[in-house]
Design a protein around this ligand. Sequence first.
Ligand SMILES: [Zn+2]
Ligand SMILES: [Zn+2]
Length: 257
Amino acid sequence: MKLPQRANKSVSTIQQVFENCVQQSAAGVLDILYPPACLVCSAWLQAGCLCQQCINTFRPVPNPLCSWCGSPCPSSDILCRHCRQTGAPPFHWSVAAGVYEGALRQSIHCLKYRRKTALAAPLGRAIYDAAVHSPLAEQNTDMVVPLPLSAARRAQRGFNQAELLALAFCKQSGLPLCTGSLVRSGRGPSQTKFGIEQRRKNIQGLFMVRCISRVEGKTILLIDDVITTTATVREAAGALMDAGAKRVLVAAAARAV
Ligand SMILES: [Zn+2]
Ligand SMILES: [Zn+2]
C-alpha cells in the first residue's frame, strides 16, 4: 500500500514540476510575444503595470492646506470652503498621493472602468508613500477600512477599487485590513452635478457600521480612490465616529483640486 502511494506521490511531483516548467515557459513566451507594458503610456516594462516615468508625474496636492481637513484652500483662508460651510470634519486629517489629473487620473480610470486591477498595487504604494510623509504618520493607526460601495454597484463592477487600494496599502504598511464592518446602504443619486450642501444632504445616512465592537476605540484609516468635496468621506467617517471609533484618518489615491 505504501509503495504505490509513494510512486503516485513522485509521479504527481514530477507532473507538478513539468506543469510548472510548462507554465513558466508559457509565461516567458508570452512575455516575449507581449512584453509587459505601462497601462497608461504603453512603455515597455521589466515588470509591473505602471512605469516610473508615469508615477513621477503624480503632482503632490499643493499648499496651503485646510487646517481642519487637509484639503487645498485659497491662500487667504485657513479653512476650505467645505469646512467653512459645514463645520469641522469627523476625521482628523486627509492625504492623497497626488492631484486628480494626468497619469494618476488615467490609472484610476483604468483600474475602475477598464478593470485593470493590477494598477491597485502601484497606486496603493503611492498612497502609502504620501501617508508616511504626512501628519498621518504620527498617528497610531489600528486598522484600514476601505470606503464601501453599495452592494448593487459592487456587483455591477465586480470589485471595490477602494478595497483593492486598501489591500495594497496594507501590504506596504503591515496594518490589518477590515472589510465588512462599514457598509453603504444604498447607491444614492450621482453626486457629480450637485453643490456641497446638496451633496451632503444626498448622502446623509448612507453609511452604517455593522460590527460596532470591531471599530470601538480604534484609530481607523479610511481609504478611497478619489476625494472630491470630502462630502462622502465626511459621511463615512461620521458613521465610524458615531459607532465609537477613537479617531478617523483619510487617505486616497487622488484629490480633485
Ligand atoms: Zn507609463
Ligand atoms: Zn477643510
